[in-house]
Design a protein around this ligand. Sequence first.
Ligand SMILES: Nc1ncnc2c1ncn2[C@@H]1O[C@H](COP(=O)(O)OP(=O)(O)OP(=O)(O)O)[C@@H](O)[C@H]1O
Length: 247
Amino acid sequence: MTTQANMMPGPVLQVSGLSKQFEMHHLKRTLYAFEGLSFEVGRGEFILLKGENGAGKSTLLRTLYRSYLPRAGHAFYHTTEGVIDLATAADVDIAVLRRREIGFVTQFLNARPRVAAEEIVAEPLRLAGTTQADALMEARRWLSAFGVKKQLWPAYPSTFSGGEQQKVNLARALILPQRLLFLDEPTASLDRDARRALVNRLQELKAAGVAMIGVFHHPEDIQHLVDREIQLEAIIVEDEAETLANL
Ligand SMILES: Nc1ncnc2c1ncn2[C@@H]1O[C@H](COP(=O)(O)OP(=O)(O)OP(=O)(O)O)[C@@H](O)[C@H]1O
C-alpha cells in the first residue's frame, strides 16, 4: 500500500445497505441510527452529510471508520491493493488502513501525556518513513499554518486550551494526504484564521485526489468543495411515534 492518494480510477468507497442500531438494554429499546444507506465516493470527491441533531451523521462516520460495527450492509473500500469490506474486515486490517489510508478528523485531541505538540503532529510522517528532522520541520509548518504559537510547539498539549488542542489535532490529521478522510465537525470552535487554514488544506487534499465525507458546523466554509450532499433523517420507530402522538 502507499500513503499517498493515488491515481486509481473508479470509486474509493461503495456503501450499500449500511445500517446501524444501538441496543439500549436498560430501556429494552432499539435505537435506529440509520437504515439501508447506499452511496459512493470517488477520488477527489467531497460529500457533505446533512441532517438535524441526532440524525446519525457522526454515527455514520464512526461506523465507516469502524469505531462502530454496522448491523448490516457493506462499505467496500478500494485500497491500492484490492477491495476490503470495512463492515466486516478484521480489526488488524482496519488498524493498517487507519495508519496508511483512512483518516478521521474530529475537534477532539486524544492528548498523550508527555508528548510534545510538534512530535504528535510529526508522528504520521515519521511512521511513513520521513526522517525525524524533515517530519519536525513539516510539523512546525502546519502548527504555524493553524495558528499554534511557536512557544507551544515543544509543550505538552494536555495543558492547552480546547482550541489549541483542536489545532494540534487538525495539523496531525491532515499532515499526510490519505486516500479517504472522514471529517466530524472539524471547524467547531476554531477561530477564523484556523478555519481558513483548514479549508485551504482540504482544498489541496481534494485536488490531490483525497476522497472526503464530512459534517460541518459552518457548511458555508466548504460549500465550494462539496460535490454531493447526503441528507440523513432521524428514524422514528412505531412505539416511539405512538408516544409522541400521545404527548
Ligand atoms: N454509543 C451510542 N449508544 C447509544 N446511542 C447512541 C450512541 N451514539 C449515538 N447514539 C444515538 O444515535 C443517534 C444519532 O447520533 P449522532 O451523534 O450520530 O447524531 P448526529 O446527526 O451526529 O447529531 P448532532 O448533529 O447532534 O451531532 C442519536 O439519537 C444518539 O443518541
